[in-house]
Design a protein around this ligand. Structure first.
Ligand SMILES: Nc1ncnc2c1ncn2[C@@H]1O[C@H](COP(=O)(O)OP(=O)(O)OP(=O)(O)O)[C@@H](O)[C@H]1O
Ligand SMILES: [Mg+2]
Length: 119
């Protein structure tokens, strides 16, 4: 367990077709503060394959992925990671990756609250 008020930023890069199932599963966690989702492109160990959905840019091939970012209190980290992993998993290469970092500060713009109170 980390220090009181500790927060982590969780970044997950997943298959776009798993997005709605992942978000639906995350929404079942009552204390989940929020999520940001964006379309990204990239490649992993196998590099990108040419498919109808891949992107070729100046001779480089990318796979379309979705990135999700969440900042959560330390006590939710394991549950969030497990939920993403279980709902994103198909068993195929390209299923994606989850990264976690400590996060120093959060400020709620409306109220000026800081830290875990602002999540
Ligand atoms: N080390 C990394 N740094 C940054 N982005 C990464 C990294 N590894 C994977 N990604 C991103 O995650 C996407 C999915 O990666 P992918 O699941 O193919 O990883 P992998 O290591 O090749 O695992 P697998 O063997 O299961 O395919 C990539 O298209 C890329 O956008
Ligand atoms: Mg891969």
């Amino acid at each position: 367990m980390g220090e009181k008020g500790a927060m982590k930023q969780i970044k997950a890069i997943v298959q776009p077709f798993r997005l709605s199932a992942i978000v639906a599963a995350l929404q079942q966690i009552p204390d989940l503060p929020g999520i940001t989702v964006f379309d990204v492109r990239g490649f992993g160990r196998q590099r990108a394959r040419s498919t109808p959905d891949s992107i070729e840019d100046e001779g480089v091939l990318y796979a379309r992925k979705v990135q999700m970012e969440l900042v959560v209190p330390e006590r939710l980290v394991d549950e969030v990671i497990r939920t993403i992993r279980e709902s994103a998993h198909t068993g195929n290469s390209g299923d994606g990756k989850i990264f976690a970092n400590s996060l120093d500060e959060v400020i709620r713009i409306r109220s000026g609250e800081r830290g875990e109170d602002a999540l």
